[in-house]
Structure formats: structure tokens, C-alpha cells
Design a protein around this ligand. Structure first.
Ligand code: SF4
Length: 429
């Protein structure tokens, strides 16, 4: 049979889609594109904002309308959070954000007997980490490796702890075995990902730390580049940096989640640090990894955010000098404390503050890339782009070089100038 996937949301959801694709192909089934006629369609949903929920519903409705005979399965955080809404959209198979193997089994059974099936376990009661196959079906340059699931930080604007449950970590032996398997399959880079990877190990015997796991992975696959997913500032200590700096194949790019550069807003967000602690993390990373890329996420127009608070945030991001930023206007998420907070701001304010923050972010990104001119970067090439071949440097800056046939090659490139959303260079080797 042929199945197609539509995935919304984070790297962990994308990873789980790739894993479900592999489970199906391992059983002899085909994976088609969402636009073609298939026997079954799987929509892997996200519920991080009310906007995401709206997108989920639109995709499910369109799929049902265009493929009335097919088996449609909906899984992920939206089904976990609002199964009744998914049921009302005539999905045949419902699964939550866990139990991906079981969901695939339900899809196959429903494709045979056309019976409605659903299994949405209570996320907050989960205790096991579900081990799933790593790597994708297509290209073999960079692979995500999920090492952790769940979160217990309960930031006031976030629904994820309710849809993903408590922290569960993949045992280090499993992580190492999967990393070696990816190396054997020709991947050149691994991204260690999860919902909140800084908490990896808190649920394992002996409470090993994330640094223990990362150091073990770097040692196990020395020929691969190892990149870290999003980090919480609390994990960045002198000890952490000292150990990470001893890993020659760890990429010097740290996505250090910030969300706001103002202490009073951070407090309303329920974030577990203030700007002083955040700055300390940035300072430590730069002292152990000179020239590293620190990137981040920022929410603007959080409930009650005054002009003064926003100005403070802008000043703080300037101080941090990020290499890249993802800017998000606050989006109400029913079921979270922030949704009930006074001082909800209108779209005009959200748009104006997004524009202002994006302008600063672009300026800083350009300054960071200008700082690379004249340097030589080891670039992992991925794809053709017009007359150029593109790839990423260890700091995750996109690099363009004239040329062809460089897929999955690691080559030294001399950086000439800032170009498009990256830099332009010439091959040195
Ligand atoms: S750290 Fe906060 S924002 Fe991130 S997943 Fe956990 S609760 Fe959500």
C-alpha cells in the first residue's frame, strides 16, 4: 500500500514522521507525496499555538475532501490535546504524540478493514521513552536523532508539557547504537534533538547529564559532526562548556532559547532564568568557543509587555549579538496560564514589535556573517541552488559556492563575502 505524510511543527515531530515512514517501508509499503493518490494519509500535527491548530484543521479537512475513500490518520500534539475536534473532522485513525509504532499498526489495520480506531494515552502518565528508527528515507547528509521527550518546565505560554508529558530519556546505549548506525549509513552530521534536551538523563539511573551523553556520542562517531538542538540556559555552566570544548566534532552553534530580554517579562513567562543568567551562558559559550554562533528564539508582545519592557528586550538582544534569531509574535494558546493574563496585545502591536525585532536580528546576522569573511570553513554540502551548490558551515551559516556535484561532501571553503541569507565562498580543497 502507499501512504503519504503531512507534518507540522518541531524537529521532534519531523523525526517521528521519518521514523513512521521507515516503519512502513520496512514492512514493504511505499511512501508517496501528499499531493498524489494514496491508500492512506497521515497528518502529524502540532499544537504549539492556536494558529497551529487552525492549520491542522485545514489540512485534515482538505485531505478528507480530496481523498474521501482513503484512510486518514491524525496523530501528534493536536490529537493529544483535542481528540474530539479531530474526531469531528472524520479522521479514521487517531493517535496522540506518543505510541508511534502502535499508530502505524492501527493505520495498517484500518486500511484493511476500514474500522475506526483511536488510541490517545494520557501524556502526563508516560514514563517510557519510545525508541524509534533514526534517519530519513532520502538524502543522507544530516540526520536528526531524538534523545529525549517531554518537558516539566511549564512555561506559562506553552502547552507542550501537557501534550508531551514528563521527561523521558533514551538510554545512552541506545543513543550510541543509533549514532553508529547513522554513521554506517553514510550520514555526515547528527542533530541531537528532543523537546527539552537539557533535561536528558534526569529520569535515568544515576542521573547522567546531557554533557555525559553528548561527550559519549562525539567519542563514538568521531567522523561525524554533532549538532545540538535547542538548549535551556541553565545547562550552560563552566563545567558543561569545558567538557563540550573537549569534543572536536561538536559544532560551535548553540541555539540558546531566550524568549525575552526583559526580566519582568521572563518572570511572567515562567522562564527559569533572568537576563543576568542568560548573559552568563552566552559569555561562557563565547569564552570556550571563540567565534561560535549563538542563535535564539524570541516571543514579542507577550501579554502585558510595555513599550519600556520591549525596549529593554531589544537592548538585550543587541548586547547578545546573536548570529540568528527566530522571532514569534505571542500567540494565545487556550489552556495555558498566559492565555488568561491581562494586557493581551493587538495585532498591530505584535506586527510592529516583530518588525522591529526582525530588523535588529537581520543586522546582527549580517554582522556575524561579515565576521567570517577571509576565514576558511569546513562545509557540508547538501543541494544545488541555481548556479551555486549550498551547504552549512559548523556554525550553521549557509554557504554558497559556484559548482556542482558536491552532495554530502565536506569541503574547505574560503569565505569571500555576505551573500543572500548566508555567505559566498570558493572551494579551497
Ligand atoms: S521549556 Fe517551556 S517553552 Fe520549551 S517545551 Fe518546555 S514548557 Fe514549552
Amino acid at each position: 500500500m502507499k501512504f503519504a505524510f503531512y507534518t507540522l511543527g518541531c524537529k521532534t515531530n519531523q523525526y517521528e514522521t521519518q521514523a513512521m515512514e521507515q516503519l512502513l517501508t520496512a514492512l514493504g509499503h511505499e511512501i508517496g507525496s501528499f499531493e498524489e493518490n494514496c491508500d492512506g494519509y497521515i497528518i502529524n500535527t502540532c499544537s504549539v499555538t492556536a494558529v497551529a491548530d487552525k492549520k491542522n484543521r485545514a489540512v485534515i479537512r482538505r485531505c478528507r475532501r480530496e481523498h474521501p475513500q482513503a484512510v486518514i490518520g491524525v496523530c501528534g500534539c493536536y490529537t493529544q490535546h483535542a481528540p474530539e475536534a479531530v474526531r469531528a473532522l472524520e479522521a479514521d485513525v487517531l493517535g496522540g504524540s506518543g505510541g508511534r509504532r502502535e499508530f502505524v499498526d492501527m493505520m495498517l489495520a484500518a486500511a484493511e478493514d476500514r474500522q475506526h480506531r483511536e488510541k490517545v494515552d494520557p501524556a502526563l502518565r508516560r514514563r517510557e521513552f519510545e525508541i524509534l528508527p533514526a534517519g530519513g528515507l532520502e538524502e543522507r547528509t544530516r540526520a536528526m536523532l531524538k534523545v529525549q521527550d517531554g518537558c516539566v518546565n511549564f512555561c506559562t505560554y506553552c502547552i507542550i508539557p501537557y501534550t508531551r508529558g514528563p521527561v523521558r530519556s533514551a538510554p545512552v546505549e541506545t543513543v550510541l547504537a543509533q549514532a553508529r548506525n547513522l554513521e554506517a549509513r553514510g550520514y555526515r552530521e547528527i542533530i541531537l534533538t528532543g523537546i527539552e534536551i537539557a533535561s536528558w538523563g534526569v529520569d535515568l539511573p544515576g542521573k547522567p547529564t546531557m554533557a555525559d551523553m553528548v561527550a559519549a556520542v562525539c567519542e563514538a562517531v568521531p567522523s561525524l559532526r554533532i549538532r545540538l538542538g535547542s538548549l535551556e540556559p541553565r545547562v550552560v555552566t563552566g563545567e558543561f562548556c569545558r567538557r563540550m570544548a573537549a569534543c572536536p566534532n561538536l559544532c560551535p552553534q548553540f541555539h540558546l532559547s531566550m524568549q525575552s530580554g526583559c526580566d519582568t517579562v521572563l518572570a511572567r513567562m515562567g522562564r527559569k532564568y533572568d537576563t543576568a543568567r542568560y548573559w552568563e551562558s552566552v559569555r561562557l559559550l563565547r569564552s570556550f568557543f571563540p567565534g561560535c554562533a549563538v542563535t535564539t528564539d524570541m516571543i514579542v508582545a507577550f501579554p502585558g509587555e510595555t513599550e519600556e519592557e520591549f525596549a529593554e528586550s531589544l537592548a538585550f538582544i543587541r548586547k547578545c549579538g546573536f548570529a540568528d534569531m527566530h522571532i514569534f509574535p505571542y500567540s494565545r494558546r487556550p489552556g495555558t496560564p498566559a492565555d488568561k493574563m491581562p494586557g493581551q496585545l493587538g495585532n498591530a502591536v505584535k506586527e510592529a514589535r516583530s518588525r522591529a525585532a526582525i530588523a535588529v536580528a537581520e543586522e546582527m546576522s549580517r554582522a556575524y556573517r561579515e565576521g567570517l569573511v577571509g576565514s576558511v570553513q569546513s562545509v557540508l554540502f547538501e543541494e544545488k541552488s541555481g548556479e551555486f551548490y549550498t551547504g552549512h558551515a559548523p556554525n550553521y551559516v549557509k554557504v554558497y559556492v559556484p559548482g556542482d556535484g558536491l552532495h554530502n561532501q565536506l569541503r574547505d571553503v574560503e569565505i569571500l563575502r555576505v551573500f543572500e541569507d548566508g555567505v559566498l565562498g570558493v572551494l579551497k580543497s
